[in-house]
Design a protein around this ligand. Sequence first.
Ligand code: NAP
Length: 527
Amino acid sequence: MNLTGHLLIGAQDVATSDGTMRALNPASNQLIGPEFALGGTLQVDQAATLADAAFDSYSHTSLAERAAFLDSIADNLDSVSTALAARAALETGLPQAQLEGEVGKSATQFRQFADVVRKGRFLQLAIDPAQPDRQPRPRMDHRLQKIAIGPVAIFGASNFPIFYSVAGGDTASALAAGAPVILKAHNAHPGASEIQARAIRNAVQKHGLHEGVFSMVRGSGNAIGEALVDHPLIKAVTFTGSEQGGMALYRRAQLRREPIPVFTEMASVNPTFILPDALAERGALIGDGFIERMLVNVGQACLRPALIIAVKGAGLEALRSAMIKRVGDAAARTMLTPAIQAAYVKGLVAQENVGASLVAVGGPGQADFDGRSALLEVDAQRFLSEPALAREVFGPSALLVTVDDETQLLEVARVLKGQLSAAMHLEHSDLELARRLLPILERRTGRIVVNAFAHPQEVTFATVHGGPFPATSDSRFSSVGMTSIERFLRPVAYQGFPDELLPEALRQDNPLRLTRSIDGDTPQHVL
Ligand code: NAP
């Protein structure tokens, strides 16, 4: 595939005077072409101005038109799947076959959102009819629908170069909501970003949409991200990455003259509790499965289980031995970027410095940015007294916390901060303890899994990819799944409107045949 290295600002391919960068192949530590343009505040302003100009027409596209546009993006992604996965593999060190799966999953996600748009339930239509005879005073007719919040800035993530990047769920859900998107590409995979951005832009052009519906910018350092968050025409931001970066952008957005929502997805160790009878019954199986999931994506996955808590007693030795064996057998693999690899090594040292013991390491690294897998262990007393042990170390490592008894297991759960997910492995005879653990976990996470692991990610209506801080900056929303569209919507009420002035979805004869609640009731049949 021919890459030009341009920024895509609306319909324009833009070369800038702000310098260029090349991609790094982290497996070989070699730079690879072409030269990719770097932009700054000027390009952000151009993209935001276009996005604002696109808003009225795009947010008012019919549901059928918008759904067809999302389907076209999916088709375009499918048609570049091999080239996209090959380029992403070069830029990330991840296996091409895995990345082809990621393209397929991303295309499917666009089709799922097309379906959401066609059904129109996300509009949350509500009609409270007029009550002219109500005493002591009549009630006006009230009708509600949700509309898009405005242009959205999306920070592509480094760790899933498609599914959480340019053509990821943030873009799919924002476009589904009717919001134009300005994508800040992650510099770890500029070529893969360009291929995805062109797939989206081609669909914009095919459907005759305003060019400002989608732009992709790139820059060096923090200036471009700051310019995006500061721009007065941007009305919401999404981010996946470090707690430090996410919170810097979140705080910045709150200091704007007009504060805007920033949906950050940050750190999570996804604690996994092995209840005593499950441990005794199948410790080895659980230990092996835990490490298998921990190693996915070289440990660079938001749902990676990284903290495992087990009660001393029957099954613990089998669990520990299985984990040690699986970690010891794992070959070192290329990590995404030099900075992520360096942070991983530093994180492991930091855990040892605060009292964790290294009990297993995987095969040694062969190349500069290989990540060697590791298992550390600590007892509950130490864990409870050292908050640093509960911090995310982003990479292929896990920490085993051994607890003396059930009371201590609950104490460990209570000191945990917000998480994207938590898991309980249990037998029927563990239910009483599970019932005591459950409310503690509910307060700390958006997803609780029983006898399995949260990874791999499913995209469904009931998916919750969110949780209290520091997992995210806003636990009320999910960043994956069909409800993630809600981040980009706001309600508008239409009061006392003549029928012909109402949005089509709210007109009396329901011309779009959409589901609408009437006085709070949603009939099963379409009104
Ligand atoms: P990052 O450093 O937080 O960067 C993510 C994106 O935000 C990049 O485009 C970055 O731009 C931009 N950015 C970060 N801080 C910014 C700031 N203060 N102002 C403006 N823009 C800012 O994340 P990363 O590069 O993906 O990886 C670094 C670390 O993040 C990892 O070691 C890991 O700990 C964590 N991480 C966690 C997850 C997870 O799912 N839990 C996923 C990815 C990363 P530049 O690249 O130009 O700086």
